[in-house]
Design a protein around this ligand. Structure first.
Ligand code: NI
Length: 139
């Protein structure tokens, strides 16, 4: 039977980045990335809304234990917290640390860590109070 209950938890972390691509000229980088190309980077307070789905267990009435979910997510987020993503995190040295790519990174890091029968359903990453990125990968 298809389960249609989800659980969403919100986590936050702070990180800095610079959007830049060596393939482009200095002028092109400025045109494409605007302020986000600032050579010394800039920071964001990111909010991650993480949604899991799965069977509601009869004995607990829950999809997943919250402390289990928290420890899985915090481990991934702590690695990024207070870092300059495009300098300190290998993954983002050659992959632009855009909201789109950070959302995908978080999905890829988390999708296999959520214990079954729960599973990762959706990720929403707020970069500012005015924009967010939704990501839902395979599986
Ligand atoms: Ni930015």
């Amino acid at each position: 039977m298809e389960e249609n209950c989800t659980l969403t938890k919100i986590y936050s972390f702070s990180a800095a980045h610079r959007l830049h691509n060596d393939k482009f000229s200095e002028k092109e980088n400025k045109e494409i990335f605007g302020k986000c190309n600032n050579p010394n980077g800039h920071g964001h307070d990111y909010y991650l809304e993480l949604t899991v789905s799965g069977k509601v267990a009869d004995d607990t009435g829950m999809i997943i234990k919250l402390d289990v979910l928290d420890s899985i997510v915090m481990q991934v987020i702590d690695y990024l917290d207070h870092k300059r993503l495009d300098v300190e995190i290998d993954h983002f040295v050659n992959v632009r640390a855009s909201g789109e790519n950070i959302a995908k990174y978080l999905w890829d890091k988390l999708v296999d860590k959520i214990p079954q029968p729960a599973y990762l359903y959706h990720i929403r990453l707020w970069e500012t109070s005015e924009n967010y990125f939704d990501y839902r990968g395979e599986k």
